[in-house]
Design a binder for this molecule. Structure first.
Ligand SMILES: [Zn+2]
Length: 507
């Protein structure tokens, strides 16, 4: 978002505003201005920033939940890399821990162990269901904690320490054991209360999400497909409630991801005879590769203010100053200008197109030797409107040089499909957010990182990514970083969100 403008920028934006309609229409300016102002008031009346409902939770109960999550954190279920087998003791220990800790849940759930460590549970419908099943997913593996980062942890990452301020420290408290345990807590509570779902509910907990999910989520998705199970919707980790991370937006905004970006890395290489640098040709292998890489940066994918970004702008608009509301309410005239303004933030731009990043170069051995080989490496994060093949073809076209070879490094990964922002799952998640967090703005988005959710694309009508967690700038540094922690209050809210979600979706 570009709303954090300095006064000078504001002035410039307001000047452009007057000229944009002028260029478009040329006449009837006064009438037009009146219409646009009226349109702003009608479509986006001013409103104050929204606040989260205060959390209502029982402190003693929340403390017990935190202790159970602390117990889960102590299993070092780390995903290192594909060549290193999972720690059998840690993963099996974690499986048994769930069985022992959630007895009521394990009375109503059917449990299957998949690829040795992943867990697939089914809570069967109480009676013949005509509603399609739903699924909640999370992953039990965590990323390693580098030795060098240890000093930045106030408490050891796998000790499961809850301090006097009601903060539980540990790897996985946010990503993603905190969510997994919250789902189990909610199911345990519902099972104890005698709740009976009117549709099948699947809980799928992968063990290798941090390594791509090929043995966990991918296998579980295939099992569902083989059994002819088509889910109405599924919810996995992904975006959350953003607070103070979007410049100019004071309200916390619940972002529900409809999909995720893909990625591909291309290598641009050139070979040459070499020789002494005193008599070069007009190019070298190094200059050819560098030029090919740079050309990719210069030919960025078009920035599009699409319907999803538009929905986001509409959701956060009411608390914006008049000028911003005016721009948003009149996108029919301001779209181009608005897209340009938004794209000034690389974070926002990432949502507007396939990104291009020239990340690596290799060439040459000595200052006075013409290199025989040059290589540029460019990483693309693929917007759901583009494809791996499309990115590759476009890169070849831009390169347009017979001396340069363009190759894919690895297969690349397609972007997921985008689920329906009007679908049943989206509405169920929205209702649960409002019930637990209050009347805050809610907007669709997609995630720029990979999650297990993409594996379920084919077996669910809607695949959504949302974590019932308030995420500030500080939180983002903890995920895959240092000093990861959760407060008992945040944990209690997560549990309560999942309870509401299940109650409403399967009553
Ligand atoms: Zn995760």
């Amino acid at each position: 978002m570009s709303n954090d403008q300095s006064e000078a920028e504001e002035l410039r934006a307001s000047t452009s505003l007057v000229f944009v309609p002028l260029k478009i229409l040329g006449l009837g300016l006064v009438a037009l201005a009146i219409f646009m102002v009226a349109n702003t008031q009608a479509k986006l009346p001013a409103d104050d920033a929204k606040h989260l409902n205060p959390a209502e939770y029982d402190v003693a109960g929340a403390m017990q939940m935190a202790e159970r999550l602390a117990g889960a954190v102590r299993f070092e279920t780390v995903s290192y890399n594909l060549d290193r087998a999972p720690d059998d003791t840690a993963f099996k220990g974690f499986q048994d821990y769930l069985v022992d800790t959630y007895p009521a849940a394990h009375t109503v759930l059917e449990r299957e162990v998949v690829s040795d460590y992943s867990l697939m549970y089914r809570w069967p419908a109480a009676h013949d269901a005509d509603k399609k099943p739903i699924a909640l997913t999370a992953h039990m593996d965590v990323v390693p904690v580098p030795e060098t980062g240890l000093k930045d942890w106030p408490q050891p990452p796998f000790a499961g320490v809850i301090d006097d301020d009601g903060v539980l420290w540990g790897r996985g408290t946010l990503d993603d054991k905190g969510i997994l345990i919250s789902i189990m807590e909610a199911v345990e509570r519902l099972a104890e209360s005698g709740f009976q779902p009117d549709r099948d509910i699947y809980l799928m907990f992968g063990h290798d999400e941090e390594l791509g999910g090929d043995r966990g989520a991918a296998v579980m998705a295939k099992m569902l497909a083989d059994r002819g199970v088509q889910l109405a919707w599924l919810m996995d980790e992904g975006s959350a409630i953003a607070a103070g991370v979007i410049p100019g937006v004071e309200s916390p905004v619940a972002l529900i991801s409809l999909g995720e970006k893909g990625s591909v890395t291309l290598k641009f290489s050139a070979t040459d005879d070499g020789g002494h640098s005193s008599a070069p040709k007009p190019y070298t292998a190094a200059s050819l590769a560098a030029k090919a890489g740079s050309a990719q940066m210069e030919h960025q994918f078009p920035l599009v203010l699409d319907e999803h970004l538009e929905a986001f702008l509409m959701a956060v608009a009411p608390e914006q100053p008049f000028l911003n509301r005016f721009m948003i309410a009149n996108l029919w005239a301001t779209r181009g200008l608005m897209a340009e303004e938004l794209a000034k933030s690389p974070t926002v731009a990432a949502f507007m197109h396939t990104t291009t990043a020239f990340t690596m170069m290799k060439s040459g051995v000595k200052t006075n030797i013409l290199p025989q080989y040059g290589e540029a490496v460019v990483n693309y994060r693929i917007h759901p409107r583009d494809t791996v093949a499309g990115v590759f073809a476009r890169a070849q076209e831009i390169t347009a040089n017979d001396r340069v070879t363009v190759e894919k490094m690895g297969e690349g990964r397609e972007a997921s499909s985008l689920s329906d922002p009007e679908g049943e799952g989206y509405h169920a998640i929205t209702a649960a957010i409002k019930a637990e967090f209050g009347d805050i703005p809610i907007a669709p988005t997609f995630t720029v990182q990979g999650t297990d959710a993409r594996h379920y694309d084919g077996v669910a009508d809607g695949v959504y990514r949302f974590m019932p967690l308030v995420v500030g700038p500080d939180t983002l540094k903890q995920i895959h970083g240092t000093a990861e922690h959760i407060t008992i209050e945040a944990l209690a809210r997560q549990v309560s969100f999942f309870e509401v979600l299940i109650r409403r979706a399967a009553k």
